[in-house]
Design a protein around this ligand. Structure first.
Ligand code: UDP
Length: 237
């Protein structure tokens, strides 16, 4: 499988067409952005970590019954994926308070929840990805009621699989963001990525941050944290 034409370049990855219209090749970059693109930088080796970790997680989730867009890992930075139409929602699950939740609701970071929360943001850079609720999503046609039911059910299952997996790596899954896509026949599948860019990972004992918050908050040790997550997941060999 070879890259044909660049069809999309985002903040952290490039997407290429291939000879097969149903497939694309994604190529992960080391570029990092935060705060809707206001903060820019490079995290050396991030593209490799995100590609390999995301592919690994998508394979695990497929085994647990979640349909995904993953097809094949080509090399350290590139993977073959099914082409989908992205549902314009960021789907966020939280197991403990952090980030924008802590700020918005005045709940200290690390506060445990009685049950995971599920929230949605509308993917729109010009609007700054505003929070949106179920009825608003259906009203503007970002997704249908049926699609949203599927997305919510998959997302809570994905959280359970990921929480259990990362706990075995001595990592607490604080929160994460996922995206879904539609195949040409309308089937909803997991798309985009699962990586330290899109999850909050805390060491289960020390609560040390092992994710992109180190970049967002200028904490230092960013590359080391991404490398440590590769090691924890067993992908450093
Ligand atoms: N997140 C993401 N992309 C975004 C916004 C959030 O991957 O554009 C992830 C983020 O890494 C965290 C979770 O979603 O794991 C919840 O993020 P939050 O809403 O707290 O926003 P943030 O503090 O990241 O701005």
């Amino acid at each position: 499988m070879e890259k044909k034409e660049l069809i999309y370049e985002g903040k952290a990855k490039k997407v290429y067409s291939t000879d097969d219209d149903a497939l694309c090749i994604v190529s992960y970059k080391d570029d990092a952005t935060a705060f809707n693109g206001e903060k820019k930088g490079t995290i050396v080796g991030k593209g490799v970590v995100n590609n390999r970790m995301s592919n690994f997680m998508f394979k695990l989730l497929e085994q647990k019954g979640i349909p995904t867009d993953f097809v094949e890992e080509l090399n350290d930075r590139d993977a073959v994926l099914k082409r989908v139409e992205i549902v314009p929602l960021e789907v966020i699950v939280r197991n403990k308070a952090a980030g924008s939740f802590s700020k918005r609701f005045g709940v200290p970071e690390g506060t445990a929840f009685a049950a995971p929360t599920l929230e949605y943001c509308l993917k729109d850079d010009d609007l700054g990805d505003p929070m949106i609720n179920d009825s608003q999503i259906i009203a503007i046609g970002a997704a249908t009621k049926e699609e949203l039911d599927t997305i919510a059910a998959y997302t809570l299952k994905i959280n359970e699989v990921m929480k259990e997996f990362f706990a075995q790596c001595s990592v607490e899954l604080i929160d994460f963001k996922i995206e879904f896509g539609r195949l040409p026949d309308g089937t909803i599948i997991l798309a985009d990525e699962i990586s330290p860019d899109t999850c909050r990972f805390w060491d289960i004992e020390t609560h040390e941050k092992l994710d992109k918050d180190r970049f967002r908050r200028d904490m230092g040790g960013v590359e080391e944290a991404y490398a440590e997550m590769m090691k924890r997941v067993g992908l450093d060999k």
